[in-house]
Design a binder for this molecule. Structure first.
Ligand SMILES: O=C(O)[C@H](O)COP(=O)(O)O
Length: 322
């Protein structure tokens, strides 16, 4: 059987599939040519990340397709229910990238409170007077220790974020539609662990109490954080979106940065991907990254192997039942 990994897959994922007898093609076929390519090459398994869209036209017209695999969490680029209704299995790897995304959130947070993303760009070539000016300009950073982090969405990624936050002495409030009182487990090097209760509050309360707010919810039809929510936040709040473009209203964010209500923001995901609004890209108060939350070597390694193992198991079962 043939597998096309259209947005890439780790080498160990490729090896695992090859060892199970699959032919694996790792190449990027343009969206417009994908349907024809899948048919002409009799592809049974299509692997994607977020870049390739797998909509009804592909599902309806690709007669060999048995499995669509999403290497990652969000499946908003796939018509999941439709594919399943047509007998095509759809899988993802919901746990494999949680710590990578959580660490990226903190890369942005640590950098944000010292404006490192901006000072990196502005370090002087023109002698010590400029250096002294910049030393003044970038003073006034704040510590994260003791501050309150509001985590909107307390699934796997939100919980990893909470662990790091607690580890550096932040206070944590979480909100999630499925969580009542909650706790997380911190593990230590010698396999000991402790459970820490995390206070959960409705989003409306969380936004009023947090110094920093980070979003970890799936793609939504409407923003979770817009002008109305930002107005209720503390003055000088910092906001991080490494979840999905559209869960944070970008126009409202820009207006709140302009007014000083929001002191800084960090974005890894954008309403318009892969071409984020220029106003965001040029803003001095926004720390930016190009949707790389899951893009560590370790996460991609786990994702590749997990995808391969799931595919092998699904197609083995199918073979047996024939
Ligand atoms: O949903 C996800 O898993 C992340 O947003 C990562 O997306 P990517 O695989 O396209 O980097």
């Amino acid at each position: 059987m043939k597998v096309l990994a259209n947005d890439g897959i780790s080498q160990s994922g490729v090896e695992t599939l090859k060892n199970a007898g699959f032919e694996v093609i790792v190449k990027k076929v343009a969206q417009e040519q994908l349907k024809d390519y899948l048919n002409e090459n009799a592809i049974s398994v299509l692997l994607v990340r977020s870049a390739t869209k797998v909509r009804k036209d592909i599902i309806d017209n690709c007669i060999h397709l048995k499995v669509i695999g999403r290497g990652g969490v969000g499946m908003d680029n796939i018509d999941v229910e439709y594919a399943r209704s047509k007998g095509v299995s759809v899988i993802n790897t919901p746990a494999a990238s949680s710590s990578s995304v959580a660490e990226l959130v903190f890369a942005h947070l640590f950098g944000g409170v010292r404006k490192l993303y901006d000072s990196n760009r502005n370090m002087p070539l023109e002698g010590d007077s400029k250096f002294k000016d910049l030393k003044k300009a970038y003073a006034g950073g704040v510590e994260l220790r003791g501050k309150t982090l509001g985590i909107v969405g307390f699934g796997r990624i939100g919980r990893e974020v909470a662990k790091i936050a607690l580890g550096i002495g932040m206070k944590v409030i979480a909100s999630d539609k499925n969580v009542g009182e909650s706790e997380i487990t911190l593990k230590f090097y010698d396999d000991q662990s402790i459970k820490i209760p995390v206070k959960t509050e409705p989003v409306e309360t969380l936004i009023t109490k947090s110094d920093f707010i980070t979003l970890h919810v799936p793609a939504q039809a409407k923003p979770v954080i817009g002008a109305r929510e930002i107005a209720k936040m503390k003055d000088g709040v910092g906001i991080i979106n490494a979840a999905r473009g559209g869960v944070l209203d970008e126009e409202a964010l820009l207006a709140a940065i302009e007014s000083g209500k929001v002191s800084f923001a960090a974005l890894d995901t954008y309403e318009n991907e892969p071409t984020p609004a220029i106003k965001l890209l040029m803003n001095e108060s926004i720390s930016l990254s190009p949707h790389i939350g899951a893009a560590t070597n370790e996460a991609q390694e786990r994702i590749g192997i997990e995808l391969a193992e799931q595919i092998i198991s699904i197609l083995k079962k199918e073979k047996k039942s024939m």
